[in-house]
Design a protein around this ligand. Structure first.
Ligand code: PRT
Ligand code: ZN
Length: 280
């Protein structure tokens, strides 16, 4: 599996390994890390090289920004969207521009590190513009007279603001994705499926809490209807006659909405505890 050696995707990629319960042997030179307890080896690369490495089979899978996958147009399958490093690729123009729509870009010079995605957008909107490819610090080009506009990654938007630019068109949105070589052997596919299964078990548990509460037996029906659990809540008798312990899984957001209702319905001793993994 190829992951980014350093940069914005590295931390999220390493967190996924941890969530999947994969322990890596981190060597001193740190170019390759074998896993101790899973049939996996990590290669650390620059993000730009990951789509090609996976397409050519030097790595079987990789974690990379969808923007790089779209830009490089290599033959890889998106095995799973990972939900981190979210951003968008947008066109931005100087703040004072009276922007009228895509036709504004006709005859303009646009600086970018993503010429292929930009070219797709220009064609789709039938705009004739000049693409000026630069790597890094794209956002300063209009200010120094190198371009009329830029096409770049935006996340919070603060880089645009500090360069006196405004975002006028979003071409694509992106997040980190798990990519796979399209011709994995069945044995490798099985390892990938196991990896994805583990990630999904952790994801399912995110934002979910295990709730335990005590209630008089005659209130259990009402309390169960307030708790939208996995199926039906587990009800166990307490040592105290006429009382039970009710267990369920709830979304954390639902909990805050329903706490008052539960108490009014007679729930006592409410405990809310985190869930690490959920497997159906
Ligand atoms: O060294 P290597 O080549 O591996 O890394 P890199 O420098 O090419 O990439 P890196 O680590 O900067 O980004 C890796 C990936 O993170 C990108 O390909 C995107 O998929 C994703 N990502 C998410 C971002 C951002 N958010 C982001 N904000 N990549 C870059 N930025 C930059 C953007 O270029 C711009 O300069 O941040 C600035 C905008 O941020 P805001 O918050 O000011 O809008
Ligand atoms: Zn890069």
């Amino acid at each position: 599996m190829a992951i980014q050696a350093k940069g914005r995707l590295n931390e999220g990629s390493m967190k996924l390994m941890e969530e999947a319960g994969i322990d890596l042997i981190i060597g001193r030179r740190n170019l390759v890390s074998p896993a101790k307890n899973f049939p996996l080896e990590i290669l650390y690369l620059r993000d730009d090289d990951i789509p090609q490495t996976v397409a050519y089979g030097a790595a079987d899978v990789g974690i990379v920004g969808e923007n790089e996958v779209l830009e490089r147009k290599e033959q890889v399958n998106i095995a799973k969207r990972l939900g981190f490093s979210k951003c968008r690729l947008s066109l931005a123009v100087p703040q004072q521009t009276d922007y009228s729509g895509p036709a504004w870009f006709n005859g303009k010079k646009i600086a970018t590190s993503y010429p292929s995605i930009l070219n797709d957008w220009l064609q789709k909107h039938q705009v004739q513009a000049e693409i000026h490819v630069i790597n890094g610090s794209v956002e300063i080009s209009p200010g120094i007279g190198l371009a009329d506009a830029i096409f770049d990654i935006v996340s919070s938007g603060s880089t645009l603001v500090s360069n006196r630019l405004k975002e006028v068109e979003v071409a694509v949105t992106s997040e980190a994705v798990l990519v796979a070589n399209p011709t994995l052997s069945p044995a490798k596919q099985a390892i990938l499926d196991e990896f994805i299964f583990r990630l999904e078990s952790v994801q399912r548990a995110e934002g979910k809490k295990y709730i335990l509460l005590n209630a008089p037996n005659e209130k259990i029906g009402e309390i169960s209807s307030i708790l939208p659990g996995m199926k039906s809540p587990t009800v166990m008798p307490l040592a105290t006659e006429g009382w039970s312990s009710v267990h369920s899984v709830i979304a954390e957001d639902d909990f805050w909405e329903n706490i008052g209702k539960l108490k009014r319905a007679g729930a006592e001793g409410i405990l809310v505890i985190p869930i690490e993994k959920m497997i159906f």
